[in-house]
Write a protein that binds this ligand. Structure first.
Ligand SMILES: Cc1ncc(COP(=O)(O)O)c(C=O)c1O
Length: 392
């Protein structure tokens, strides 16, 4: 039992443990409403989307919430609706979809570094990246850890630029005790299967700005305000009724899902306490992370193995992981033309990209599985010298 699987021992998980699974309502709970749609034929633009939007606006505490087909289309429409121009300061330690929509809107992403502890956009680095061409800052709540809203607001205010949030990981997170989603010009959520609130595919644009909400509504309808005379080139980015039904039920499960994930992370943190070279994301004690992902930093010189070696050893144990966010966006092939400009200028981002690994977490995951993963990591570290030799 004590030999790690990568060295020929028995894997801790007989059947591989998935990285994530969506937590869905019971089918019986949604069957009636889905059945109704089959009867009425109202598969899109119906009452369930309106109800879901209202429920999300109430939950988040914004005047408007507009349902869209994904967070990616939501961000694209929001960047357009907020009339951004020129350069937009954005982290590179984020998912690619924070940045791609800027390019689709003809904007220039300017990458800033992240904080070494919270892994969120560093307000000082964002401030330093602002030029006369900057129109906005976009920050991500990385892995569901609320961004440093207050300091980012102050940077944006002083520079006279707009502030927006990629809140893809935001459902379930609390900033100063209140649900994330009501700051800046707008916050854009994802409700894809990896999130705490699931609509299948989907997204929500939350905003207090009536004009942004109106433009996103028009934009998700090809740019057609209803008179067939398009106001601007839009998309088809509507959220379907099936998704909205799922969303309404999922919203009722959200608080429970967030509590469960925080409980699982308590077990992870306890189980990995004192393991040399493993570091956690810092969450402000006044906030709550949604733990859309639970990620750790592996410092090779202390742990005895690199992040990649740990990933390989965990795979042998039957544990699936993700290297979020490696490569960071500025080093993706799509951004190669600008990547050179950032060489050595985003040191925290590049270090985190090499050292971070996301471990399995989903809302209905068994606490016992978390304990076994911690056991696997401890066992791997005890044999780090032999594993290093075997893998080199
Ligand atoms: C930070 C971030 N932004 C945007 C997205 C895109 O979301 P969607 O898949 O709903 O388009 C994701 C997806 O996980 C994400 O992690």
């Amino acid at each position: 039992m004590s030999t790690p699987a990568v060295l020929g021992g028995t894997p801790l998980f007989e059947s591989p443990l998935p990285f994530m699974r969506p937590t869905l309502p019971e089918f019986s709970e949604v069957a009636g409403e889905i059945g109704e749609i089959f009867q009425t034929g109202m598969v899109t633009k119906g009452k369930y989307l309106a109800a879901f939007e209202q429920a999300v606006a109430q939950h988040v505490g914004t005047r408007h919430a507009v349902g869209v087909s994904s967070c990616t289309t939501g961000l694209t429409l929001t960047y357009k609706a907020a009339e951004l121009t020129g350069e937009v300061v954005v982290p590179s330690f984020t998912f690619m979809a924070t940045v791609h929509p800027l390019v689709w809107c003809g904007l220039t992403p300017v990458f800033a570094d992240v904080d070494p502890d919270t892994w969120n956009l560093d307000p000082d680095s964002a401030a330093a990246a602002i030029t006369p061409a900057t129109s906005a800052i976009v920050a991500t709540h990385v892995f569901g850890n609320p961004a440093d809203v207050e300091r980012l607001e102050s940077v944006a205010r002083r520079a006279g630029v707009k502030l927006l949030f990629d809140a893809a990981h935001g459902f379930g997170a609390l900033y100063r005790g209140k649900p994330v989603g009501s700051h800046g010009e707008a916050e854009v959520f994802s409700s894809s299967p990896t999130k705490l609130l699931v609509t299948g595919e989907g997204g929500i644009v939350a905003t207090n700005n009536a004009e942004i909400a109106r433009r996103v509504e028009v934009g998700r309808e090809y740019g057609n305000p209803g008179n067939y005379d398009t106001e601007f080139p839009g998309l088809n980015a509507r959220m379907q009724e099936f998704s909205a039904i799922l969303g309404l039920h999922s919203l009722r499960m959200l608080e429970d899902n967030a509590k469960r994930r925080n409980h699982l992370v308590d077990i992870y943190r306890q189980g990995l306490q004192g393991v040399e070279g493993i570091y956690f994301q810092k969450i402000d004690p006044r906030d709550r992370c949604s733990y859309k992902d639970f990620s750790i930093r592996v410092v090779e010189s202390e742990f005895g193995l690199s992040r990649d070696m740990l990933v390989q050893a965990l795979r042998a144990e039957g544990v699936d992981t993700r290297n979020y966010y490696d490569p960071p966006v500025h080093l993706h092939t799509a951004y190669r033309h600008v990547g050179e400009r950032y060489r050595g200028r985003l040191p925290v981002t590049e270090r985190l990209a090499k050292e971070c690994v996301s471990l399995p977490i989903f809302s209905h995951m068994e606490p016992d599985a978390v304990q076994r993963i911690c056991e696997a990591i401890r066992r791997i570290q005890r044999h780090s010298a032999a594993i290093r030799k075997a893998l080199s």
